[in-house]
Design a protein around this ligand. Structure first.
Ligand SMILES: [Zn+2]
Length: 143
């Protein structure tokens, strides 16, 4: 992920990927409404899945190029299936407020063209808004 300004920074003994993230953590720890901060909560946007092997059309066997007899498909090891990895996403913070509300927050200090897709997918799956916070002059802007 091509983060801009991705100088590692330490705040409260914790290493952050960027200065902006560290600063926002500091901001959160100073907020009296914040009860708990979870760092880098991990989410699964799409579970691992299997597809039919295109080499053997899901049969698990292909004709041998030498003898033309059916042999075990090497691409799928004879299973007829290929595995696809899950799609995971690590947010920056999960914040629990004193009133019990929870928010998942991504600090936008970087350019990532895939992010809008991640955001949409996350919101579809978890049914709440993925909060994006941006550093602006004199503070933080939610948008
Ligand atoms: Zn196969």
């Amino acid at each position: 992920m091509g983060k801009i300004n991705s100088k590692k920074t330490i705040v409260g003994g914790i290493v952050f990927d960027s200065q902006t993230e560290g600063q926002y953590y500091q901001y959160l720890t100073n907020d009296p409404n914040v009860k708990h901060i979870e760092l880098q909560p991990k989410y699964t946007l799409l579970e691992a899945f299997k597809i039919s092997c295109s080499k053997c059309i899901g049969e698990g066997k292909t004709p041998s190029p030498k003898t033309n007899r059916m042999i075990k498909c090497r691409t799928c090891e004879g299973t007829g299936k290929k595995s696809r990895q899950p799609w995971t996403y690590k947010a920056d913070f999960k914040v629990t407020y004193m009133n019990g509300n929870e928010e998942v927050i991504d600090v936008k200090g970087f350019a990532n063209e895939r992010f809008p897709l991640v955001k949409k997918m996350w919101e579809r799956k978890y049914g709440q808004e993925l909060i994006v916070v941006k550093k602006v002059k004199g503070g933080w802007k939610r948008g």
